[in-house]
Design a protein around this ligand. Structure first.
Ligand code: AMP
Ligand code: GLY
Length: 425
């Protein structure tokens, strides 16, 4: 069969690689893809928001299955556009992707259906938000309602910071229209876990867990980024905690979406905080995590195309989703200066080393093909270097070893990915 993957980051490279492992797949296309994806797929320069062109391309090439990777096209209705043209597509429709697209929607849903999350209020009037903050307990968390590249969350330690945050989000519109509505919520403490869950509208199949490192610098310092590294599984997410989350968070969320007429098919990503009062939802996303996917899919034993189709057809019950018992760690190689100012177009060497080694992967996040077969940096996050191992510590040591195989000017990485593993003993 022919598969089209929409997107061009590390997540989509990991998805494309996993799809390429399926015996059922003869040909993969990616729009727009990147230099790494180009090794296993034919990349076509159509943007992820160009729905008309994507649909026309899928029809022309008689694509059997399309997978939409990123949040923007999902929230914008890419799945609806493919379905309207009679094409098979994996991902939630716009009316379900709102779970990620509007934090105010998702908070109200959790409140209505008693799903554990931080206490909160939604605001559309900045004056009312400031009034509320005069007596609220600090620290406190401000969240722009809409998509803001994962950056629309402000943790405020003092009342002054919180007031300045309201101005930033609602008046100065630092995150654009995403800040027309704002959520103010209780500050929680605990370990964070990323849970990715296949959903067919009714049933769920949870994947193995992961943990992300969002800040740019070692010791969780510096600015928030799209993710500087991940490990899987989380040693803190025990079987008991998982079972609690399945019964009290994942299944109730599915049922709530269905009851609201917003059947969710695709990957539901639940950002969890393991608090003293039990696991609570930090946020929902309507897609695979990036760079969580880069550590989760290499551990997945099942054929991903079978799982995608079962989600579309409402047959997840028939799937026995399996992951290996080991571990995986991903260290992101970025360009120095990310997430602010950084150079692009720098030649990368050492990529071929990965082709000769089992258990190591290099997923391209921001690369493009240069002249004469060279590969150039083309983004802030450049590569995700992944290693598997029988233990988390082993996988971490191997992943850091593999980062040394790669060279490019201004190469930057965190040195403490997976440090939390040591606290688990
Ligand atoms: P979100 O995009 O909602 O996941 O928020 C980004 C990051 O902000 C999370 O990964 C947490 O580290 C932090 N965060 C969000 N909400 C809260 C909260 N209520 N309490 C503490 N930290 C939070
Ligand atoms: N790694 C967090 C995300 O994909 O949103």
């Amino acid at each position: 069969m022919k598969v089209l993957i929409v997107g061009g980051g590390g997540r989509e490279h990991a998805i494309a690689w996993k799809v390429s492992q399926s015996k059922r797949v003869d040909k993969i296309y990616a729009c727009p893809g990147n230099a790494g994806i180009a090794e296993i797929a034919e990349c076509v320069p159509i943007g992820v928001m160009e729905f008309d062109k994507l649909v026309a391309f899928a029809k022309e090439k008689e694509i059997d299955l399309t997978i939409i990777g990123p949040d923007d096209p999902l929230v914008g209705g890419a799945v609806d556009a493919f379905e309207a043209a009679g094409l098979r597509v994996f991902g939630p429709r716009a009316n379900a992707a709102i779970l990620e697209g509007s934090k105010a929607f998702s908070k109200d849903l959790m409140k209505k259906y008693n799903i554990p999350t931080a206490a909160y209020e939604n605001f559309t009037d900045p004056q009312a938000a400031m009034e509320y903050l005069k007596t609220a307990k600090m620290p406190i968390v401000l969240k722009a309602d809409g998509l803001a590249l994962g950056k629309g969350v402000l943790i405020c330690n003092t009342r002054e910071e919180a007031m300045a945050g309201v101005k930033e989000i609602m008046l100065d519109k630092h995150f654009g229209n995403a800040g027309n509505t704002m959520v103010i919520e209780e500050f929680m403490t605990g370990r964070e876990v990323s849970a990715l869950i296949f959903c067919d509208g009714t049933d769920i199949a949870p994947m193995t867990s992961a943990q992300d490192h969002k800040r740019a610098g070692d010791g969780d310092t510096g600015l928030n980024t799209g993710g500087m590294g991940t490990f899987s599984p989380s040693p803190f997410y025990t079987k008991d905690i998982e079972n609690y989350c399945i019964e009290n968070i994942y299944k109730p969320t599915m049922a709530a979406m269905k009851a609201e007429g917003r059947e969710f098919k695709g990957v539901m990503f639940v950002g969890l905080m393991l608090t003293e009062d039990g696991p609570k939802v930090l946020e929902y996303n309507a897609r695979f995590g990036d760079p969580e996917t880069q550590v989760v899919l290499p551990r997945m034993k099942s054929d991903i195309v079978d799982v995608f189709e079962a989600c579309i057809d409402g047959k997840l019950k028939d799937i026995d989703l399996q992951f290996d018992d080991g571990a995986a760690v991903c260290v992101v190689l970025a360009s120095a200066g990310y997430p602010e100012h950084y150079e692009k177009g720098l030649p990368i060497s050492g990529l071929d080393t990965f082709k000769t080694k089992d258990g190591y992967y290099v997923f391209h996040a921001g690369t493009k093909a240069g002249a004469d077969g060279t590969v150039l940096t083309n983004g802030g996050r450049v590569l995700g270097v992944v290693a598997k191992g029988s233990t988390l510590k082993g996988a971490r040591a191997e992943a850091y070893k593999a980062t040394e195989w790669i060279s490019f000017a201004n190469k930057y990485m965190r040195h403490d990915i997976g440090k939390a593993i040591d606290a688990a003993e």
